[in-house]
Design a protein around this ligand. Structure first.
Ligand code: THU
Length: 139
């Protein structure tokens, strides 16, 4: 757990702002996310589907927006869900986050006032990253 800074709270506010736009008619669990990359903010929401497995998570939506804008180095991500306690990113989102910075700052909020700030390393230790694929002995 890290000290919570003003920029953390500002990013969390962007995640909260977009959360109401989530498309979650099946679970009713709305998630908003905001990414800080290249000095800009990118937002995302979860987008569910009648074919449940086609659902997109908020975090990956926000990361996709950052990458589409040309940023592949992400400093921080904030996520807010409908849980009382701060919502933690799912395992698939953690893996996608690691691609763009295995030590990015992760700010989590929920319906309550509690906020948690951690490094992605704490959520996904020993991540599988592209370095493994670059090793000579795998070729
Ligand atoms: N969800 C996210 O958007 N991010 C997560 O990290 C966890 C889960 C969404 C997917 C689905 O629409 C709803 O939350 C319930 O699983």
């Amino acid at each position: 757990m890290h000290e919570i800074t003003q920029p953390d709270l500002a990013l969390l506010a962007f995640a909260r702002e977009v959360q109401s736009k989530a498309y979650a008619p099946y679970s009713s669990f709305r998630v908003g996310a905001a990414v800080y990359a290249g000095g800009e903010i990118f937002q995302g929401v979860n987008v569910e589907n009648a074919a449940y497995g086609a659902t997109l998570c908020a975090e990956r939506g926000a990361i996709t927006a950052a990458v589409a804008a040309g940023y592949t180095e992400i400093d921080a991500i904030a996520v807010v869900g409908d849980s009382e306690a701060p919502t933690a990113p799912c395992g698939s989102c953690r893996q996608v986050m690691a691609e763009f910075n295995p030590t990015m700052r992760v700010i989590m909020g929920g319906r309550g006032d509690e906020v948690r700030v951690v490094s992605l390393e704490e959520l996904l230790p020993e991540a599988f990253v592209r370095g493994y694929l670059d090793q000579e002995d795998t070729k």
